[in-house]
Design a protein around this ligand. Structure first.
Ligand code: SF4
Length: 519
């Protein structure tokens, strides 16, 4: 295919003060891309990184701010799905993390270029051949294939985006990922089976790691390969080398932690665990929470969900506990709630800088809500969601309505999903859990894959009960043993290793559990 001479491509690398060694490695990899005419290092006017310019590598100071006001919301949308190329809230993709759409358009215009390859400053293993493949596909039909990507694991491949589409993203403050997800307003097939997606080797696609050096956890994995050697390897060779080590990155600490503040809820219908089992634990104190958060924050990428079996907003000091979480410096904060609260609490929620509020709605009509949740509060919850959507700032907090799919609400699933995708940009349908037999299985159909593998939550996620004890998993509703947080995590890692060897009965409840496939 002949490439139009009017097409000039830049690799846009937005710099926000990351590690300069990783930046140098990223630029060196990009330097090998045949279809990249210029590598443009974008930066805020007062924060130029230490980069040696050349004919190919140029610094470019953004006119004004490098980032728009909704960048924190884009990052928050990725926090619980950082090992996937997509799958974040509202479809947030790995390319939305480095995206600086406005500055990239400025650079394109200044250089007379028509397309950009979006790459992060800390992607030292980005594969030049994969980047060339997406650029080549884009350049074949730039007016039709306005964005071209691969399904490679995060950090291995940039995305090619045409100038007009980037300007649209800038103007709408939108995410690249929102163009790649199901949208009830513009129904379309999944683009992964179409021309915008360059097909790649399954091993590169299925690798479950994050090859972005933005936290000690993933940096350790990247540094498993000597930099000089890594520079010569392609994506397939890299994932082959790193795959045996990928779950080891969580050996020292979990990436995600669910913290139960209480076991109290305002609803008690048959979809609620407390309807079936007596689950009563003391509320977590502010001091307990503070101590826990400080320990968890030793890993700077730890994301915390306040939830578990209770409703955190029923805790009399939830606001102080949220403040303690922020003081500790956790990477992300998510609350799961029934959202049966008054306006004063809604105002506090908006003021409390929470990233995500999941609303346990479970129905798309008042009668089904009443049937499953056992309360006449459907309209209250809807009003509260609407209030939050109208009063949140710069897209935060994300509001995510959730539905546990059962025989009683399955007929409302489609309208529920489409409604909340439309209003909130995201909705979650999940399978019922039983707490290892503590309540009846309300599943419509079994969802577990046919072939069992090691429980995914043991790999990277921890659950802490309101009395401070670490549970084995989120299906462990009964009392958990006391013990030091790190020691408990180590014992869960050992259990994961047993699972990996096929010993699923090492912890008796695992033998009959059907929740092992959930992330
Ligand atoms: S297999 Fe089930 S019971 Fe075992 S750890 Fe995983 S979720 Fe818990």
């Amino acid at each position: 295919m002949i490439r139009s001479t009017s097409c000039k491509v830049i690799a846009a690398v937005a710099c926000r003060g990351g590690d300069e060694q990783m930046l140098a490695r990223t630029l060196a990899r990009l330097d090998r891309c045949r279809h990249v005419d210029r590598i443009v290092v974008l930066h805020a006017p007062s924060a130029a990184p230490q980069v040696v310019e050349s004919d190919k590598v140029k610094l470019f100071a953004a006119a004004g701010e490098l980032d728009d006001a909704v960048r924190p919301a884009r990052l928050a949308a990725r926090r619980w799905s950082s090992t996937g190329w997509r799958g974040g809230i509202a479809g947030a993709s790995v390319w939305d993390e480095p995206l600086a759409a406005g500055a990239t358009v400025q650079a394109l215009d200044a250089m007379g270029a028509s397309a950009a390859l979006i790459v992060g400053e800390d992607w030292p293993l980005v594969d030049p051949a994969l980047c060339d493949a997406v650029l080549e596909r884009h350049l074949q039909q730039p007016d039709v294939l306005k964005l071209v990507f691969t399904q490679a694991a995060p950090g291995l491949c940039g995305i090619a985006v045409g100038r007009e589409l980037l300007a649209e993203l800038r103007d709408k403050q939108a995410m690249i990922g929102s163009l790649l997800m199901y949208n009830p307003r513009v129904p379309q097939g999944d683009p992964i089976g179409k021309d915008p997606c360059v097909q790649i080797e399954p091993a590169v696609r299925d690798f479950r790691g994050r090859l972005i050096a933005d936290s000690p956890r993933w940096r350790r994995l990247i540094e498993t390969i000597d930099p000089a050697e890594a520079h010569e390897l392609d994506a397939a060779a890299i994932v082959e080398r790193l795959a045996p080590h990928v779950t080891d990155v969580h050996d020292q600490s979990p990436a995600q932690v669910t913290v139960e503040l209480n076991t109290t809820r305002q609803v008690e219908g048959p979809i609620v665990p407390q309807h079936h089992a007596a689950i009563v634990r003391p509320d977590m104190t502010v001091e307990q929470a503070r101590e826990l958060f400080e320990q968890l924050a030793e890993s700077p990428d730890t994301a915390v969900t306040l939830g578990g079996l209770g409703d955190p907003l029923c805790h009399p000091q939830w606001f102080d506990i949220v403040s303690a979480a922020h003081d500790a410096g956790l990477a992300g904060l998510h609350i799961e709630t029934d959202l049966i609260v008054n306006t004063e609490v809604l105002e506090q929620l908006v003021d409390s800088h929470i990233d995500v509020i999941s609303v346990r709605l479970n129905a798309d009509s008042a009668p089904i809500y009443q049937k499953l949740m056992g309360a006449d509060q459907f309209d209250t919850v809807l009003r509260n969601i609407e209030w939050l959507l109208n009063h949140r700032r710069n897209g935060l907090p994300w509001i995510v309505p959730r539905m546990i799919k059962t025989a009683d609400n399955v007929h409302e699933l489609e309208s529920f999903f489409d409604r909340w995708m439309y209003f909130c940009g995201h909705a979650v349908i999940e399978s019922p859990s039983t707490g290892c037999g503590a309540m009846p299985d309300l599943s419509v159909l079994p969802l577990a894959p046919p072939r069992r593998y090691a429980c995914r939550q043991l790999a990277h996620r921890m659950s802490v009960h309101s009395n401070g004890a670490v549970a084995t998993c989120d299906q462990h509703w009964a009392s958990a043993p006391d013990g030091d947080l790190r020691e408990r995590w180590q014992s869960l890692r050992s259990l994961y290793d047993q699972h990996a060897r096929g010993r699923f009965e090492a912890y008796a409840p695992c033998a009959g559990c059907s929740q092992w496939y959930r992330p």
